[in-house]
Design a protein around this ligand. Sequence first.
Ligand code: NAP
Length: 285
Amino acid sequence: MTNPTVQRAFAPDLLAGQVALITGGGTGIGRGISLALARHGADIALVSRKLANMEPTAEAIRGLGRSVLALEADVRDREAIDRAVGRALEELGRIDHLINNAAGNFLAPASELSENGWRAVVDIVLNGTFNVSQAIYPVLRDGGGGSIVNITTRYVATGAPFMAHSGAAKAGVLNLTRSLAVEWGGDGIRVNAVAPGLVADTEGARRLVETIDLVEDYRLQVPLGRLATADEVADAVLFLCSPAAAYITGVELAVDGGAALGGHFKAAAEKIKAFYEESKRSRAH
Ligand code: NAP
């Protein structure tokens, strides 16, 4: 669902003449990001392992009148990534923005997590983010600068029971965000992160939580009282790519309805409010 207020908040030509490469850009949050950037004038290179996951989004981007490439590559495979970046540059003429959004995740107790399971998630999330960032760096530098936005997650701040592999990998991505922001700032490259809370309309979240009915438990921890949409995460990415964020680098922007503040405080706040209202009522009598 597209938020019409935000559509008016950003000029439709905000990213006109620019190109963004988005890993995992065909599905879920990545699709939301791809469409948001395309709606604001950017041409798009989608990168993921399966063409079928990118085609519907590529079609939608073409429908918006933007150029789009769907490039099959695994972020763990540095040579395949170099080829994808080379093709994007050749066919779209430039690259201004990289969104490291591709990830893998599953629920498993840390005590039983296989070596392969740990390695797969860390490889995709942390090594993949590094691979694509390093591959694109000379393109951004030689093009006079640009921006990188890494998609982290709310639980980087809190730890993630049954997702130790993903939490540890995403924490690595956050630190990488800060290191690269410092190292590449002199080249005019801004590096930021967006940390979504649970997003309602994604396959990834559905797989993780709907199967064991955690959505309501999660929602109760969110001060704003609802889950995020992929479009709301995409709008934060759009902002960080835009000239409005020209002096912002090395930050992690939470798009979590305040969930990182801690659900136990929300429950406590509701109890305190009830207690306060009750005391007021008794004082009035
Ligand atoms: P998703 O629907 O599971 O999509 C993941 C995407 O990454 C797919 O397009 C997939 O395409 C691609 N991908 C996976 N492994 C890849 C690899 N090795 N190489 C290249 N591409 C790969 O994910 P999502 O739920 O939208 O999440 C998107 C991002 O937001 C992730 O970084 C996730 O950690 C983060 N996040 C999500 C939530 C949430 O509630 N959904 C909350 C916080 C953070 P292929 O299969 O074609 O490769």
